[in-house]
Design a protein around this ligand. Structure first.
Ligand code: SIN
Ligand code: MN
Length: 212
């Protein structure tokens, strides 16, 4: 992992090239294992629209969305427990996150050609005291960062494979989204696409990695 300092974009830390090629490959292998145990799905929004991004999770809870709304759930829609958060992902948290708390959720987003994610806040967690740490793998993604408040100015930057973004402190609740990806800009994923991994403390407090 690379130790150069981060860029600061509207209070969000952007660590360019934080993961070297070997670490990206190691994380990808671990994510493939997660996806085998907990197959990614296109979640539905409350209105019944399918999201363009496919998602799965690791950890004691996973982020799910369906007609009942957004929430963290202890099980994959199939009924199976989520697999544990891979060590390769926890190492990134240990390097950049608070030592006092480990994440209990690792949300994995798969962006195929044309997939995007609208501007939103990460606010389904029990506490906003902990950062959200976001790792990009594969194709470049155009990441948009706004304000904590709705509306107003936004700033966009391309995130590449190995970049890590930390949304914490005053920037914990900034609006953010992915407008588009540059399909096949990276050769990390043989079929193209972008993976984003976010590490979160979903349940707050001291409840770390509770057994199911
Ligand atoms: C997210 O907000 O869950 C994903 C952000 C990203 O894909 O970079
Ligand atoms: Mn988000």
């Amino acid at each position: 992992m690379n130790g150069d300092g981060p860029l600061n974009v509207r209070g969000v830390q952007v660590w360019r090239g934080f993961l070297d090629a070997a670490m990206q490959a190691r994380l990808l292998t671990a994510l493939r294992d997660v996806a085998r145990a907990a197959p990614p799905v296109h979640p539905e929004t409350r209105s019944g629209r399918k999201m363009s991004v496919r998602m799965t999770s690791a950890g004691s809870v996973g982020w799910v969305s369906d007609r009942r709304g957004y929430r963290y759930a202890p099980r994959h829609p199939s009924g199976a427990a989520w697999p544990p958060i891979p060590d390769a992902a926890l190492e990134i948290w240990r390097a950049l996150g608070p030592a006092a708390q480990l994440p209990d959720c690792c949300l994995i987003n798969f962006y195929g050609e044309g997939a995007r994610m609208g501007l939103h806040q990460d606010r389904d967690e029990a506490s906003f005291d902990w950062p959200v740490i976001s790792v990009s793998l594969g194709d470049d993604g155009l990441f948009r960062i706004g304000s904590v408040e709705r509306g107003g100015k936004t700033e966009s930057l391309w995130l590449s494979s190995g970049d890590v973004v930390v949304m914490g402190g005053a920037a914990r609740l900034v609006h953010h989204g992915v407008d588009r990806i540059r399909f096949r800009s990276s050769s990390l994923l043989p079929k193209g696409g972008r993976i984003n991994v976010t590490l979160r403390v979903a349940q707050g407090g001291d409840r770390v990695q509770q057994p199911e």
